[in-house]
Design a protein around this ligand. Structure first.
Ligand code: LRH
Ligand code: MN
Length: 424
């Protein structure tokens, strides 16, 4: 299902005058609109290949139809998102859910849609049909060296696929841990994981990064062997300069101050990137900015401040990825809303009066500091974000084009109503 430029232009022309009025009104309220628009156009978010179908829970899954049946159709769907918002030019693959049978062909197809391959994801949290040894009691932490070696070999295989596709990074999320006290020796488990990651690190190409993703609980419910940012930083500090910590917003205990974690990982030059989503309780993998939009803004505030302090390039020096699962929304609509929320939070963080904020902080003027942050957060930047899309040849309102052009209906006609995508 290819979206033709004319379809986007037709929809844009119907909304252009309203947009222009909004843009003129709101761009006057900020003094660096042009700089913000340039940064928004450069800012690209990778789409997870495992989130293009309907997700589910152990209680049920309610597929909506027209889901991609293979990697080629997943690339088509991400191409569609990128055509609509010009902010999703990368795919993050999960192996073995998305093994590229013909890597060259897949790479060419992705390029035709203006897409590149971001971080590759390994999977040692499920047992595959042809797998010799089970990961029931963990993978890289396992007491049995043979199981650890199997997990190491899998990650090396994932790097091989990534090299063929032009990816430059590997994300390792381990479900390893324990569910009952006494089940594990925490020190031995940590050292087994470290030794295993070191064997993967040794074969990592010179220009690659390895992201160590932490998670507080699930599927283990007593301990996780990469259980929080401190443990991940311990691994990445011991591994070496190509190892970084990956922050999945849903992988924290309630009320954790994620923006402070981000600031300190940036200070240590050990922040590798993000899995953006939102949550109210656990790893809910909900639409970005749908539950705690102010937290997302505060995280981007620390990102912009911390990256500028290290002269980092906002668009390229960190891995910006979404990790979501769609139980009740159309997967593509959900992803469009998530990218929009990320762009809005980024734009708001770019209009913070940082000079005044530093002044207020140096004067312990707490009230003024809050006023400065909330001035930016309460500024409606949607017309600025839309103007960036317009200038990049994308849709002023991606979601309404998706609906107006009956894209899901067409996908169901093309693929059927029963198709199920691989993934979560
Ligand atoms: C684990 C996780 C990890 C992925 C998986 C799909 O909760 O966030 O990033 O491998 O989701
Ligand atoms: Mn994740």
């Amino acid at each position: 299902m290819i979206l033709r430029k004319e379809q986007i232009e037709k929809n844009n022309s119907e909304n252009l005058s309203t947009h222009k009025k909004n843009y003129e009104f709101f761009s006057e309220k900020i003094n660096n609109a042009e700089e913000v628009i340039k940064k928004l156009i450069d800012f690209q978010v990778a789409i997870p290949s495992w989130a293009l179908g309907t997700g589910g829970t152990r209680f049920g899954r309610f597929p909506g139809g027209g889901e991609p049946r293979n990697l080629e159709e997943k690339i088509e769907d991400i191409g569609l998102l990128h055509a609509l918002n010009n902010s999703s030019n990368a795919i993050s693959l999960h192996i073995p859910w998305d093994i590229p049978k013909d890597a060259e062909a897949i790479k060419t197809l992705a390029a035709q849609h203006g897409l590149r391959f971001d971080a590759m994801n390994s999977n040692t949290f499920q047992d595959q049909p042809d797998q010799k040894l089970s990961y029931k009691f963990g993978s890289m932490q396992h007491v049995d060296k043979a199981v650890r070696q199997q997990a190491i070999d899998h990650n090396i295989e994932v790097i091989k696929y990534g090299k063929e596709l032009g990816s430059k990074s590997l994300t390792v999320w381990l479900s390893d841990g324990s569910t009952f006290p006494g089940q594990l020796n925490f020190r031995k488990s940590f050292l087994n994981v470290l030794e295993s990651l070191q064997e993967v690190y040794e074969v990592l190409p010179a220009d690659w990064k390895i992201f160590v993703e932490y998670k507080e609980f699930e599927p283990n419910f007593y301990s996780m062997t990469v259980g929080d940012w401190g443990q991940s930083l311990l691994y990445t500090s011991k591994l070496g300069p190509k190892a970084y910590t990956l922050v999945d917003l849903g992988h924290h205990l309630a009320n954790a101050n994620i923006e402070q974690i981000v600031a300190l990982l940036l200070m240590e030059r050990k922040l590798g990137g993000f899995h953006f989503n939102d949550s109210k309780y656990g790893d809910d993998d909900l639409t970005v900015g749908s539950i705690k939009p102010y937290q997302l803004f505060l995280i981007f505030n620390e990102l912009v401040e911390g990256m500028d302090a290290k002269n980092m390039n906002h668009a390229t020096d960190l891995a910006w990825m979404i990790d979501a699962s769609h139980n009740v929304k159309d997967p593509l609509e959900d992803l469009l809303q998530s990218v929009e929320a990320i762009m809005i939070a980024y734009a708001q963080s770019l209009i913070i009066d940082r000079k005044k904020l530093v002044e207020a902080q140096n004067n312990n003027d707490v009230a003024t500091a809050q006023e400065i942050l909330q001035q930016a957060y309460r500024t409606d930047v949607r017309a600025i974000v839309a103007e960036a899309r317009l200038r990049a040849g994308a849709a002023l309102n991606p979601l309404s084009v998706f609906r107006n052009e009956k894209i899901r209906e067409n996908l169901i006609k093309q693929r059927g109503s029963e198709t199920m995508a691989t993934g979560l």
